[in-house]
Design a protein around this ligand. Structure first.
Ligand code: G
Ligand code: G
Ligand code: MN
Ligand code: NA
Length: 250
């Protein structure tokens, strides 16, 4: 109950912050972009992740203003950085159902003057599952803006393969659960290898998530996965630190 009323004021009070987790190319080791991850700096509860409040945001409808803020803030932060790195933004199924989403994204791109191809939106297959027609239409309209669409948490849902055929995703994000035991479990290796070859055949890029150990990184590289993110490479960091990191590289 209290979290609901707190949440309705969190944006206005400046308690919402974005963190950014770097994504690297497994061939070159270079940073290719960042995933934007929302954090709520609550005055009493401390820093909370979306797992603790996203559900409430969805149920109360606050997700639409919160989601718009996330899009604008992430594009503003990344367009202020040197270079042409990619910014990946998570969308919940409710956000994709909102008819204003396409206009919101278009406006944020216009306002920051960022090249649309640097913007990637991450959706889970639930988007296509719950409301196939309108979900599909919205994704196509987003793509017409020149931005990219990634299929997040791949492998954890129900009928992933059908969705790959129905929508031309630009990227598949291989779920952390396959990465966690990849060094010890032949099944996970086989699954990652198969996802990667499938993505290659479909002309989609691959990113593996949740890399915490160098043995995992080496295996993923050998299996031909294109990009990687995880605590081993970097935790999600506030934008100031990101600027230092990239700025430091010249
Ligand atoms: O950052 P963390 O691991 O706590 O994220 C937990 C979940 O919340 C993940 O599924 C992630 O995709 C989602 N998430 C993180 N940031 C955002 C955001 O800005 N918007 C939406 N809709 N989901 C987010
Ligand atoms: O659902 P999605 O893939 O968007 O969720 C990303 C979440 O994974 C974020 O909350 C982020 O904080 C978390 N995360 C990122 N890297 C790692 C990692 O190496 N290990 C673990 N356990 N979580 C990670
Ligand atoms: Mn994600
Ligand atoms: Na994911």
């Amino acid at each position: 109950r209290r979290i609901e009323s707190d949440l309705s004021e969190a944006l206005r009070k400046g308690q919402m912050r974005m963190q950014y987790q770097p994504v690297v190319d497994l061939d070159t080791g270079e940073t290719t972009g960042f995933e934007a991850l929302l954090r709520w700096h609550h005055p009493e509860r401390g820093i909370m992740g979306p797992g603790e409040f996203l559900q409430v945001a969805e149920e109360t409808g606050l997700i639409s203003s919160l989601g718009e803020w996330v899009i604008r803030q992430s594009l503003a932060d990344v367009s202020a950085m040197p270079g042409n790195l990619r910014i990946a933004i998570n969308l919940s199924p409710t956000q994709v159902k909102n008819p204003n989403l396409v206009a919101t994204v278009a406006q944020a791109i216009h306002a920051t003057n960022i090249a649309p191809e640097r913007v990637e939106l991450e959706i889970t297959e639930h988007v296509l599952m719950e409301d196939q027609e309108s979900g599909h239409t919205t994704l196509m309209r987003l793509r017409e803006l020149g931005i990219r669409i990634a299929l997040d948490d791949f492998g954890t849902g129900y009928s992933s393969l059908g969705y790959l055929r129905r929508f031309p995703f630009d990227r598949i994000k291989i779920d952390r659960s396959f990465v966690t035991d990849i060094a010890s479990d032949f099944g996970s290796q086989a699954i990652v290898s198969t996802i990667t070859r499938l993505a290659d055949a479909l002309g989609m890029d691959t990113t593996a998530e949740g890399i915490e150990e160098s043995a995992q990184l080496e295996l993923l590289r050998k299996l031909g996965v294109h990009e990687a993110q995880g605590y081993l490479i970097s935790r999600p960091v506030p934008p100031e630190e990101l600027f230092d990191m990239e700025g430091g590289k010249g």
